[in-house]
Design a protein around this ligand. Structure first.
Ligand code: IPD
Ligand code: CA
Length: 279
C-alpha cells in the first residue's frame, strides 16, 4: 500500500478534545498517522528483522517510526524529554526542562508485524507531573485512531467510546497474558468464569479495545513497559475502565523498571472480581 492510499477518515484537527493538551494531542495524532503510513508502506516488505532477545524482534520500521516521532516532538517541544522503546530515555533538548516526557512505542506488536499478522499499532503519550495526560494509539491496518486526554473523552476516529457494559461475568471476553508461579490456577479460575479468552500480541491495541468494549478484561502479569500502556491506559480510563497493576496498585508508575509492569483493565463493575481471582 502506498502512503497516498492509506485511508484516513478523520481530520486530526477535529480530534483535539482536550482544553489543556489540545495541541499536543493533535501533534501526537498527526505523527501517529505519519508513522502508520510507514508501517503500511513496508508491511510484508521488511528488509531487516533482528532478534533483540529470544522472544523479541526489532525491524527497520520500529526505528524509522521512532525517529520520525522523536524529530518532530523535539522540534516542537524542545523542553520535553523523550522515552521510547528502541532509543530509551532522551533528556530535554534545551536548558529549560519542562518536566514533561513523551513516551512512545513506535510499533507495538512487532512480532505480529514482522510475521504479517495485521494486529499492531503505534502508541504516543505525553506524561506531565508523573501521569499520562494525552495519548493516541493508532492502528493503521484498520485506520483506527484511539485518542484521549486527561480532561476529555476517549475517542475512536473522533467518536466517543465507552468500556463494555455487560452485567454478567459469564458474558465477558477477556485477554489474559498471565503466567509465572501460582498463576496457572488463578488463570484457570478466570477462564472458567468468563465466556472466552483471546490473545492478540499488542498490549497497547488490546488495551484500546477494552476502551471501546471489544474486550471486557485485559490482564498481563509481567513483561510490560511504560511505552506499552502509557497512552492506552489513559484512553481506557477516559472510557470508564478501571485500570490498575495486577496487584491492584497504580497502573502507571515510572519508578518501575522496563519490562516489569503489569496491568489489569476492566469495566468498573467487574474489575474487583477479576482482581480477586488474579491478584
Ligand atoms: C510487546 C507486545 C506484547 C506484550 C509484550 C510487549 P512489542 O510489545 O505489546 O503484546 O505482551 O509485553 O513487550 O515488543 O511488540 O513492542
Ligand atoms: Ca510494545
Amino acid at each position: 500500500m502506498s502512503i497516498s492510499s492509506v485511508p484516513s477518515r478523520m481530520d486530526p484537527r477535529k480530534l483535539g478534545t482536550s482544553a489543556a493538551f489540545g495541541p499536543e494531542l493533535q501533534l501526537a495524532i498527526r505523527l501517529a498517522h505519519e508513522a502508520g503510513s510507514i508501517q503500511m508502506e513496508r508491511y510484508e516488505r521488511l528488509e531487516k528483522i533482528e532478534a533483540k532477545g529470544p522472544r523479541d524482534v526489532v525491524t527497520e520500521v520500529d526505528h524509522l517510526c521512532e525517529a520520525l516521532v522523536m524529530k518532530a516532538v523535539r522540534e516542537r517541544y524542545p523542553d520535553d524529554a523523550f522515552y521510547a522503546e528502541e532509543i530509551g530515555e532522551v533528556p530535554a533538548g534545551s536548558q529549560t526542562n519542562s518536566g514533561r516526557t513523551w513516551i512512545v512505542d513506535p510499533l507495538d506488536g512487532t512480532i505480529n508485524y514482522a510475521n504479517g499478522i495485521p494486529f499492531f499499532c503505534i502508541s504516543i503519550a505525553l506524561v506531565a507531573d508523573g501521569r499520562p495526560v494525552a495519548g493516541v494509539v493508532y492502528d493503521p491496518s484498520r485506520d483506527e485512531t484511539f485518542a484521549g486526554a486527561i480532561d476529555g473523552p476517549a475517542l475512536r476516529n473522533g467518536q466517543p467510546i465507552r468500556v463494555g457494559s455487560k452485567e454478567l461475568l459469564a458474558d465477558l471476553v477477556a485477554t489474559l497474558a498471565v503466567g509465572g508461579r501460582g498463576m496457572v490456577r488463578k488463570r484457570r479460575n478466570v477462564l472458567k468464569s468468563v465466556r472466552a479468552n483471546r490473545s492478540m500480541g499488542s498490549a497497547a491495541l488490546t488495551l484500546a479495545y477494552v476502551a471501546c468494549g471489544r474486550f471486557d478484561v485485559y490482564a498481563q502479569s509481567a513483561g510490560l513497559s511504560a511505552w506499552d500502556v502509557a497512552a492506552a491506559g489513559l484512553i481506557a480510563e477516559r472510557a470508564g475502565a478501571t485500570v490498575t497493576s495486577l496487584e491492584g496498585g497504580p497502573w502507571f508508575d515510572l519508578s518501575r523498571p522496563a519490562k516489569k509492569w503489569s496491568c489489569l483493565a476492566a469495566a468498573p463493575g467487574h474489575h474487583a472480581a477479576i482482581l480477586e481471582m488474579l491478584g
